[in-house]
Design a protein around this ligand. Structure first.
Ligand SMILES: Cc1cc2nc3c(=O)[nH]c(=O)nc-3n(C[C@H](O)[C@H](O)[C@H](O)COP(=O)(O)OP(=O)(O)OC[C@H]3O[C@@H](n4cnc5c(N)ncnc54)[C@H](O)[C@@H]3O)c2cc1C
Length: 499
């Protein structure tokens, strides 16, 4: 053999890929990360313009807490001897919903419950029972080390150490949050609220949202909390890369993998767009499953289990994103960092129905010039609506769509339009181009109601030596979730390589 052989090659430097890479490098593996873009992070990346540092996607960050086992971003950084300074967000979300439902999810659990009960006094018992049940799921997760469920030794060890927690989790694995909520809650409006509580991170209503994920989100926000990284979300990936390199791993940017190479059906390496070839004992794809199995491998040889997965999951929409710089006076004196705006329940799941808002400069003012704030407003949107346009039509459509979003945001930030200093509009085409994700999708969502998380694949694939990591694997979207997937993937590979 006259070529350099890596233990592990990771395609992509999203948080899932970087956690896998740092975990393995810290264990002594020879790791190479290949990233098609100029910087790491993928959907947790950033861009800078005119003195503003914008998060491209994620901004409500779980997993940076300082206690328990579920603070996986903190653990991932610690594994490579790093720490990130973060700012605690006192309110997870300020909801602006139909029927005058104007509600804040306070970090303090009891305060949140009181806020909700004030709107639905007759449902106090149901509200407490539902959210308490979410806490049970979380407490079980938060008592065990979160590694690969594909590794029998680990599963048995954890089971004997924490039998009750494991049995609890096994019980919730096939359940969806909506079914649990309906056991306790009858008020249709309150059930709609539970729907949007799920939709705002799972992009499906509660009856399609796995209870395990709901238990995590609805409880961790009151435990480890939502914490914003100082310097912007991009710092998480930057730090992980620093840790990777300190541990002896390598990363290359502008290194677009176009092919996963196989020999006798086993993954043995990758080929870049420039023709360069790298060989590895194990190959990990942090690209979406659709990109991995339809573009990096021959599309006519998709393994049967992947076809089966595609029968159960579909691509969620992408987003229309407005990255806005605004004069500080536009924001009312008491404004929270994260907002959800929906005027009509019927539109919740429609394109441009629900608007998500993040104002990170309320927590870290250094992300904008003095006297200005950042508003990142985004709303689900389909790539098909943006294809086939001439450049002029595309520009006009962007302007019109952005104008509509700003008009709607004026309801919560009067004077926004007049206070605009800067605006960059990203469409699903932008997401596809810069995030390297098929159709710019946010990730997989169930095609129909499934058994909780049971159908979500782990890290090994039907192709020996090829693994997947990130939001197309268990347990799904979100930075802390893909970090979980990264820990699991690295653990499985470490066992396979005998590290
Ligand atoms: C608008 C938006 C808002 C969000 N808000 C939140 C939030 O508030 N909180 C939260 O927790 N999550 C949020 N998310 C979700 C979260 O950002 C993602 O679930 C998570 O970042 C996905 O991580 P990943 O590791 O799966 O991969 P990705 O982030 O998709 O990274 C994959 C990487 O692989 C690279 N790549 C792909 N193909 C190739 C190739 N062929 N060769 C080389 N490199 C390749 C890409 O360039 C990319 O860097 C949001 C996402 C979006 C888009």
């Amino acid at each position: 053999m006259n070529y350099e052989l890596f233990d592990v090659i990771v395609i992509g430097s999203g948080i899932g890929g970087l956690v896998t890479a740092t975990q393995l490098a810290a264990k002594g593996a020879k790791v190479l990360v290949l990233e098609r873009y100029l910087i790491p992070g993928g959907s947790a990346g950033y861009f800078q313009h005119q003195g503003y540092t914008f998060d491209v996607g994620a901004s409500m960050i779980f997993g940076l807490g300082n206690k328990g086992t579920t603070n996986l971003l903190t653990h991932a950084l610690e594994a490579v001897n790093l720490h990130i300074e973060s700012i605690t967000d006192p309110v997870q979300i300020h909801y602006h919903l139909p029927n005058g439902l104007n509600l804040k999810v306070d970090r303090d659990y009891e305060k949140f419950l009181q806020n909700l009960i004030a709107y639905f006094p007759n449902e106090e018992k149901g509200i407490r029972s539902f959210y308490d049940e979410c806490q049970k799921v979380f407490n079980s997760l938060n008592s065990i080390e979160l590694l690969s469920l594909e590794e029998l030794g680990y599963v048995l060890r954890v089971f004997f150490q924490h039998p009750l927690a494991c049995l609890g989790l096994a019980k919730y694995l096939p359940q969806n949050a909506g079914d649990v909520a309906r056991r306790y809650i009858k008020d249709p409006l309150l059930l709609k609220f539970i729907d949007i509580e799920c939709y705002c991170w799972s992009v499906v209503p509660a009856n399609m949202t796995p209870m395990i994920n709901a238990g995590m989100v609805f409880s961790d926000r009151h435990y480890g909390g939502v914490n914003y990284p100082k310097g912007g979300v991009g710092q998480i990936a930057q730090k992980l890369v620093e840790g990777l390199e300190k541990a002896g791993g390598q990363i290359q940017y502008q290194a677009r993998v176009t092919k996963i190479l196989t020999e006798q059906g086993r993954a043995i390496g990758v080929q870049l767009a420039n023709g360069k070839v790298y060989h590895g004992k194990r190959i990990v794809s942090n690209a979406t499953r659709w990109d991995t199995f339809e573009k990096l491998l021959p599309a006519d040889k998709i393994p049967a289990n992947e076809k089966n997965w595609q029968q159960q999951y579909k691509k969620s929409p992408s987003f229309l994103s407005l990255h806005i710089g605004v004069k500080a006076y536009v924001l009312p004196a008491v404004t929270e960092c994260h907002h959800i705006l929906l005027e009509d329940w019927q539109n919740m799941e429609l394109a441009r129905g629900t608007i998500f808002v993040s104002i990170p400069t309320l927590l870290d003012p250094d992300l904008a010039p003095t006297g200005y704030h950042i508003i990142h407003a985004f709303t689900p949107d389909w790539i098909t609506d943006w294809q086939g346009l001439t450049p002029t039509e595309y520009a006009e459509k962007k302007e019109q769509a952005a104008g509509e979003i700003i008009d709607r945001l004026e309801q919560i930030f009067p004077g926004l339009d007049a206070g605009l200093d800067y605006m960059e509009v990203g469409t699903p085409l932008t997401h596809r181009r810069f995030l390297g994700r098929v159709d710019g999708t946010y990730g997989p969502i169930p095609k129909r109601k499934l058994w909780g998380l049971l159908a979500m694949p782990f890290n090994r694939t039907a192709i020996p030596n090829l693994y997947c990591v990130g939001d197309s694997t268990f347990p799904g979207q979100g930075l802390n979730a893909v970090a979980f997937s990264g820990f699991a993937c690295a653990h499985r590979i470490a066992v396979d390589l005998g590290l």
